[in-house]
Write a protein that binds this ligand. Structure first.
Ligand code: MLT
Length: 392
């Protein structure tokens, strides 16, 4: 028996586990210190009332013989998929029901989709990047090519015709930098992918944070994307589902590689390895798209965006360079006084009791940068900026 030795090429632990361990060790030594967590992008507002009441009703249904649900369709219930279709229709993007696959979240699907691709494909990822894209491909032993995202290109790398790629990861609004591609930029990516015969894995988990109407929320707003892209979406940041778990992946029927439709392959993969998201959770998720649900979700997003504004104002006042935070819940700042990302992490933790995410954890171009999230609670966010101000 041989193990998968590709795991030896991974860093010791996943970025957010490393951070959690460091914070735990600090708290063990300083039990009285109040820590403010602006690190992992975990929401703090509760589920919207419309979601909670839909889930309560679903629990009651599950408790009665006549309305009980056993195994559901692996790719999701129709009531949720039609609600998702309606949500896309406003862009306007037309999706068929069979193109939508409901899952337990974008992170799982971003890793699982790799089942469909050969191990010898070359993967193109931006640097800095959400570590899941890199780690899942390292686990499979794929060759990874990095594209530089930096201040010069506004952390939005564009295609380089000299680079050959088979699988391309794009995330917009971006985690970790908060940068958002314009339609013309995404069109350049779609054209490049089609020329190369590559597939774009488009992570749209943060689309709900876009307030600038001119920015695309879905790659399917771009002509030609149905021929080259898969889109991943999540209820985590939109509707507070980080602990409830629900997301969806859109695999257009046009996507054909090696004479095979990715849509059929993904259906085959999901029906084999996945038994679907709980009925109760899908009922809650579908309530997100009701009129009331949309109003409540918007109120939560506005709350986080106000947090982002509070952090941004504080950074501006202190003359700290930053980007993001406008159409995104993340602020990406340059560590003051030339500190490295981990030095600044330790400094903020020990001197101000603030936890953020070191940019270096997202790749080499993240060195010297730091990510703060707007998902904190309002009072804590205000306290964090006061603590920041008192450091200087
Ligand atoms: C993050 O902080 O980058 C996200 O919470 C990670 C995730 O969504 O898995």
């Amino acid at each position: 028996m041989r193990i998968n030795e590709n795991y030896w090429k991974l860093q010791d632990s996943y970025l957010f586990s490393t951070i959690a361990k460091k914070v735990k060790a600090f708290l063990a030594e300083h039990p009285d210190q109040k820590i403010i967590r602006l690190g992992i992008g975990d929401v703090t507002l509760p589920l919207p009332a419309a979601v909670v009441s839909a889930m309560h009703e679903a629990v009651d249904e599950m408790g009665k013989k006549e309305s009980f649900h056993g195994y559901g369709p692996e790719q999701g219930y129709s009531f949720l998929k039609t609600a998702i279709q309606g949500y896309y229709a406003r862009l306007p993007v037309k999706l068929e029901e069979e193109e939508i696959f409901v899952s337990d979240g974008a992170k799982s699907d971003l890793g699982n989709i790799l089942d469909l691709f050969d191990r010898h494909n070359t993967v193109l990822v931006p640097d800095p990047v959400y570590p899941v894209y890199v780690d899942t491909n390292v686990m499979a032993g794929r060759n990874i090519v990095y594209m530089n995202a930096n201040e010069l290109n506004g952390f939005l790398p564009m295609p380089d015709g000299q680079v050959q790629a088979d699988i391309i990861y794009l995330c917009s609004p971006n985690n970790p930098t908060g940068a958002v591609y314009h339609k013309t930029q995404l069109k350049a990516w779609v054209d490049y992918a089609r020329r190369q015969g590559a597939v774009i894995l488009f992570d749209a988990a943060y689309e709900a944070f876009i307030s600038d109407e001119s920015l695309p929320r879905s790659i399917f707003e771009i002509d030609g994307a149905r021929e080259c892209a898969v889109e991943f979406c999540s209820f985590s940041k939109t509707a507070g589902f980080t602990g409830t778990r629900c997301g969806y992946t859109v695999v257009p029927k046009e996507l054909t590689y090696g004479g095979t439709k990715l849509n059929s392959m993904w259906l085959r993969r999901q029906t084999t390895k996945f038994n679907g998201v709980p009925y109760i959770v899908q009922k809650g998720a579908s309530a997100v798209f009701s009129e009331e649900g949309q109003r409540q979700v918007k109120a939560n997003i506005d709350y986080y965006k106000e947090n982002a504004r509070i952090i941004a104002d504080a950074l501006k006042k202190q003359g700290i360079w930053y980007t993001g935070g406008e159409n995104s819940p993340y602020l990406w700042l340059k560590c003051p006084e030339g500190k490295s990302s981990w030095e600044y992490f330790d400094y903020l933790l020990t001197q101000a009791g603030i936890v953020g995410t070191p940019g270096a954890g997202f790749g080499k171009n993240g060195e010297g940068f730091f990510r703060l999230t707007a998902f904190g609670d309002r009072e804590n966010t205000k306290e964090a900026v006061q603590r920041l101000a008192s450091l200087r």
